[in-house]
Write a new protein. Sequence first.
Lengths: 677, 341
Amino acid sequence: MFRGAIVAAAILTLGSAASVAVHSSQAPAPPREVTAGSAGIPADTPLSPRNANYRIRARLDPEARTITGEEVITWRNVAAVPAATLQFHLYYNAWRNTRSTWMRERMLAGHTALAHRPAADWGWIDVTKMQLAGEEGADDLLSRARFIAPDDGNREDRTVLEVPLERPVQPGDTIEIAIGWTSRVPRTFARTGAIGHFFFIAQWFPKIGVLEDTGWNTHQFHAATEFFADFGVYDVQLDVPRGWVVGATGRELSRTDEGDRSVHRYYQADVHDFAWTTSPDYVERRARFEHPTLPAVDMRLLLQPEHAAQADRHFAATRAALRSYGEWFGAYPYGHVTIVDPAWQSGAGGMEYPTLFTAGTRWLAPRHATQPESVTIHEAGHQFWYGIVATNEVEHAWLDEGLNTYSTARVMEEAFYPQYYSKRYFGGFIPWVFRGFEQTREVDGNRMTAFRPVAKYDDQSTPTWRYWPASASAITYNKTALWLHTLERMLGWETLQRILSTYFQRYAFRHPKPEDFFAVANEVSGQDLTWFFDQVHRSSNVFDYAVDVLRSEPAVDRGHLGASEGYEVRGSTYRTTVVVRRLGEAQFPVDLLVRFENGEAQRWAWDGRDRWRAFETETPARAVSAEVDPERILVLDVNRTNNSVTLKPSGAAAARKWSLAWLIWVQDHLLTYGFFL
Amino acid sequence: MGAGAAFREGVRRVNGAPAVVAGMAAVTLLVALPLSLALRGMIQAHLGRSLAAETAAGTANYPWWQEFMSSAGGLAATLTSSITGFGAVLENLGGLLDNLPLATTIADVTAAWMVIWTFLSGGVIDRLARGRRTRAQGFFAACGVHFWRLLRLGMVAWLVYAFLFGRVHGWIFDEAYSRLTADLTVERTAFALRVAGYLLFASLLVVFALIFDYARIRIVVEDRRSALGAIAASLRFLRRHPGRVVRLSGLNGLALLVLLSLYAAFAPTVPRDGLALWIALAFGQGYIIGRHYLKLVGYASSAALFQATMAHASYTAAPVTVWPDSPAAERIVNAESVGLR
């Protein structure tokens, strides 16, 4: 099955040997082993298992757009099973050609333009050396390496490399693997790459997979998913042109100038990835987050010069995230964070890495139009949901992206609302804010509009990498935010906040799974919420409740009613009938609220299971309106308009108003195109 | 006659023809109104008897709007939030300059409106060129006389504009702009290049618009039958008077800019209900009438500029004019009154 991959591996090995010869004069020296407390490294108490530790030295040649690197991985088997093989991610190979799984899935989702990128835009990574340190000397692993495709069997995919070991690594044992590689930095794909003198380098080094009790969890690189790795200590030396600003995961320990080059050494413990950026153009700003009960955080902002005036907005958004997430879920423990404002057209914006993230703004960014605040909060928030609670983003991306989208919307509402609909004109450069169109957390914060048309596309419990690529983000981000918001209104914020903070505290620096989250939710709420998670997570059903009938007429009974009553009994009350329907497949208990002309109201609870239910009441006053789910507990309801009926409708007035506003647009349109007459 | 005088003369002539301004605005309104009524039905059907209508009537109800758009197709899909207030202007101007595709219904209506306008423009230019009332009979007779000539001119113009939008726009923005900005990392620089592209493309549009404008005027004023001959005559005129033509078109452009600025400053994005709605609507229609007014000032001032430069206007003996003599003949009669003799 993998014969082609084996041949490819052999070719790779040969090619790599040549590549080593070519680059030997520039190859970085192998990294020295360092220990905490030495060489300026802070001595600290481990927060995480630290079982995948990296010492890396890499040299960037910006003109050739290549990275030459060497690393030593110190890996401890924390699983209950021995490791007979080792598996490594080589993410950069996703952009080697159009045959990779990543490219195939992107094209499947309609992004066919990617296939037409010029030759210089592609990227790849070639492993040139792989040795296992042993008592009898180094064991060359590279000759035995082969590419595997555990997810889809795609023989052309080179994003996972497997190496059989002569002797399995027993549980608890530690090994050291020395790896050399060269890579070509692509024009940005998946938010890593280069444009001009801007480099954002992520998923760039050979990275060991995660060994679980069931075996290796090393997925190929998929178009709709992100990453999964074990925690460790990263000690990284980055060799870049002198004068270039560097930002990276961790703190900078030292900077050594060597001729026209500088070596920046970064160190960070208890993280599961390392990303960095460099450019001669960055403007650097610093600020500090301080809070009465939370640890202080040094914020370093690397801005594009044309965005220098927006520094305060970036800091304000980051502060809002650190404060709210810290108060709601738990403290940010690292003490520092780097905010990167990516270059225009770099495609690197809006991505999270441990202690570093990319935001994203525009030269003209009016206030109250979500940018850059929303993306900054979201990516800063990922330091908690992803960075600290390190879920498997390939299998359960909703656990970090969804929780984070929900949290982002909550922070935005608290700190930055009102926000308005805005649109960009003239090639996307000129923004215009429509102040009458105020955004809401329910719809805009939770991204309901993008979710609605694809609501049925995937069952959320499907492993994320198997989602339909074009709608994966809506199922991952939007649906989770919508159902968490529903849960918040169902249980109350205090309860949900306790659920989230308990989950955060319990699984910080671990890899929780969906069942862990559900168990915490049940435990903290004191309820069995399985029925809810069955609806929202283990199903692709949609929620749609509607009021179908509202009738309120004088109560009259006719017919053979009995001798004492005669043929017709006309009372002094009004008989109100309401029919409520469940139009979607999903079920949720909802209330029905009927309001009457005298200001009174009646409320009924409905379990929401049947397809329809009729409610009838007799009251002294005529009904005015009926509304199902009046408090909008069910934020997931995809059609809110049909949730109510009134006997005094304003539809005609609204239609008149907006059709007349539209009329002016059409007239203006005719006159604009009348330029030609 | 200088550009300023021609502009003032254009304003004077349009001020003297309020019925033409009102009539043309009414035509635009009548073309757009059926679509507006159709859309009104769609909005009403979607809102039904929902309580959502109350907020949609009072304010904007953006959540409802998004729900409506998610199920909208065809005409309804054009009811984006960005068509409100000054957004309408940006939407249309941006759409034109970026060559964005039009919804089929809107494209059809635009084409129909252009044909109607082409028919009426013969009468409008005739009326404004004469600078006196021509009555309905005279107006529509001029429409009829010049329609097929103007339509032929319009077809030539369509070919030119189709080439400009179909090819030249792509060369400027899809090829040159894309190539120049492919590796740019500074948005401001890209914006400057985009503006340069717009200026180049808009200049081409203006140059051809001027050629066709003066061809249109010469067809009507000189009773020309040949569209190609009128284009050639227009080119001769532009070659002889480039400075005045450019200055006049600059003045017309400036007037439009002032009107757009006023609309941008005062147009409500979301009109309130009740009286406020009708005030907002009146303001919007005032803006639309202003656009018509300025368009007619453009016709009238261009006609005035052309008429002032007619060689025979200052020395030919004034004929006794009887309709349907051309406006050129009337111009000779009237030359004395405007100081050309």
